[in-house]
Design a protein. Structure first.
Length: 320
């Protein structure tokens, strides 16, 4: 089984060497490694060209900057593998990542394999686990995604290529484009999913990570993504069935938006209307305790919320 590994790279000179070394040294060797240099202005392209001289499995596509989604899409179109694995240029793989995922896919005869991952930040490392539902149908898989039991990242997963071949949405500049891809698959495909419990991917959080973006377009589209998700669920006749789950998803997305300083989070009237509609008794009971505390703090003032978020991050760093 040939695996195409697709890596968008934008100004990644600090990390791309480690990423590529972790891929070319995989114990599973039947790989096609496609790296898309997305208009980098640093030394990324020079590093990529040097790697092509070391390993002929590496294909470098030099392109005008268009963002991660369109870069992955072009990489998929140029790929020839039976299955697809996505990686980010600032992350890296464990030595047996591809071997474990391919073995699990063959063993379970599934369309998609989800691996657990390590999250690395400030020199500390923790395991992040996925939970795949025992009953696998459209409703249960979408519910697991909304509830964050299945993490919304597109990396760290092995896909049969046909699952990704018709991803063709008119995407704005979204931090949650990976979630949208997973949502599209679970809504539109009859997919069977397997879970590899071994952590197989190292996700690095640093000041330039997408989740730390201060681009105002990306920030405002965090909130816009709630409406995109609502529209997709409604079109699939899932919104009423997943009403409670969608509200919890909305609350968690609002927290991300508020942390980033979104304009609506600073509007007292809008906050009041939003909380009356979305933060009811069910949400207060079922949100994780740290999310519940943040929701309450951001309700009163964005500054209170951000102070609460910072305090909880410091506490989390102490106990990790």
């Amino acid at each position: 089984m040939k695996v195409s590994v697709i890596i968008p790279a934008y100004n990644a000179e600090e990390w791309i060497e480690r990423c590529l070394k972790s891929i070319i040294m995989q114990s599973y060797q039947n790989l096609e490694i496609i790296v898309l240099n997305d208009g980098s202005t640093d030394g990324t392209l020079d590093i990529l060209n040097a790697f092509t001289k070391i390993d002929d499995r590496i294909i470098v596509i030099n392109k005008v900057n268009s963002g991660t989604y369109l870069s992955r899409k072009e990489g998929l179109q140029k790929s020839t593998g039976d299955v697809i694995f996505n990686a980010d240029a600032d992350d890296f793989l464990e030595p047996d990542t591809i071997k474990l995922l391919v073995s699990k896919m063959i063993e379970t005869n599934t369309d998609m394999v989800i691996g657990n991952h390590y999250e690395l930040q400030n020199g500390k490392k923790k395991v992040v686990r996925n939970k795949v539902p025992q009953i696998q149908n459209q409703l249960e898989l979408v519910k697991s995604l909304l509830n964050n039991d299945i993490k919304g990242y597109i990396w760290g997963k092995l896909f049969k290529r046909e699952l990704l071949s018709d991803l063709n949405y008119d995407v704005p500049q979204l931090l949650q484009e990976d979630v949208l891809a997973n949502l599209h698959i679970f809504i539109n495909k009859k997919v069977q999913v397997a879970h590899e419990p071994t952590p197989i991917y190292n996700y690095i959080i640093h000041e330039n990570s997408a989740n730390s973006s201060r681009n105002p377009i990306f920030i405002e589209n965090v909130f816009a993504f709630i409406e995109i998700t609502k529209k997709l669920l409604k079109e699939a006749n899932l919104l009423k069935k997943l009403e409670d789950d969608f509200r919890l998803f909305t609350c968690r997305t609002w927290i991300v938006y508020s942390r980033l300083g979104g304009k609506l989070a600073k509007n007292k009237k809008f906050r009041g209307d939003f909380y009356r509609e979305n933060f009811n008794a069910y949400d207060k009971l079922n949100l994780a305790i740290h999310h519940k505390i943040e929701m309450i703090a951001y309700r009163y003032h964005n500054d209170y919320g951000r102070m609460t978020t910072k305090s909880m991050k410091r506490l989390n760093n102490l106990i990790r």
